[in-house]
Design a binder for this molecule. Structure first.
Ligand code: CO
Length: 289
């Protein structure tokens, strides 16, 4: 009798746990509504699909998602994507941030994920979040090399290069962008990095660029996609775009609008961050309680 009870209990316990753990990957970017920015996003998705059965993309920006929905090209929110993956039977979820730095946008993503987990407890057995692109000195070294290798072949040694990062004065993002700017400039003194927002603006770089004597200046985004900022703030025809300001100083702007997602080594870094993700937002250690 005891044996029977134990057997019945074992059956109940077994039934309560899904027979097979199913892994899914959720990729999360801020988002873009520009078709020209899609190659970077598509390339990342393609690499993940080559290595995983279930891959979904979510955008965090409400404005961009609304715009895409109006155009008939909907992309899910983090919350909706987590719900869909749970419905599809995913039990081991990996979420990969496609942000550049572990800064405010990334912190917001973690909050979104925790909110979903708390609302639906027990749904996922684990939810591991992979770090953004730049979390270690090794990441930064690898990214500097990858970006320098991605510059156009017709760049002459004395041509300058200006990389446009996003920047953000909320959270620690500006510190990481300053470190990246230093790392690029240390490796190649003709390369500068400045940001659209935050403390590392182009105003600091333009006079030094002029003083360097460069005649041609290559312009490349330091963002996952070559989207709105790259096409307008960096290379656009408006008077205050970086290209126009460079031109006004007598130099020739040479736009090379390629998002970081289009660089294979950058995609490889994201894949390794997913592979090595240790932050499990479902199973926190006792010491964290
Ligand atoms: Co922006």
């Amino acid at each position: 009798m005891k044996k029977l009870v134990a057997f019945a209990l074992a059956c109940v316990l077994f039934a309560a746990v899904p027979a097979f753990a199913r892994t899914g990957v959720l990729l999360v970017a801020f988002g873009t509504s520009m078709d020209t920015a899609r190659p970077a996003i598509d390339a990342i998705e393609r690499d993940y699909k080559a290595a995983n059965d279930t891959v979904l993309m979510a955008f965090t920006s409400d404005i961009i998602r609304k715009k895409l929905a109006r155009e008939g090209k909907p992309v899910l929110s983090v919350n909706a994507a987590m719900n869909k993956l749970a419905e599809d039977g995913v039990t081991e979820l990996r979420i990969q941030s496609l942000h550049i730095a572990p800064a405010e946008e990334y912190a917001q993503l973690e909050r979104m994920v925790v909110k979903n987990i708390v609302k639906h407890p027990g749904r996922f057995q684990s939810v591991k979040v992979g770090y953004p692109l730049l979390v270690s000195s090794a990441d930064l070294d690898a990214v500097v090399d990858a970006v320098l290798a991605s510059l156009p072949k017709d760049r002459r040694p004395d041509d300058a290069v200006v990389l446009m990062g996003h920047g953000n004065d909320r959270g620690p993002g500006d510190l990481i962008m300053a470190a990246a700017a230093n790392a690029f400039h240390a490796k190649d003194p003709h390369v500068w990095l400045a940001t659209v927002e935050g403390a590392n603006g182009f105003d600091n770089v333009l006079p030094r660029l002029k003083a360097s004597g460069a005649k041609r200046v290559w312009l490349q985004p330091f963002m996952i996609v070559a989207g709105d900022h790259a096409n307008n703030d960096l290379a656009g025809p408006e008077e205050d775009s970086w290209a126009s300001r460079i031109k006004a100083e007598g130099m020739t702007p040479m736009p090379h609008l390629k998002g970081l997602g289009e660089i294979k080594a950058v995609r490889g870094l994201f894949l390794s961050h997913t592979e090595n993700a240790v932050i499990d937002l479902v199973n926190t250690k006792k010491s964290d309680d």
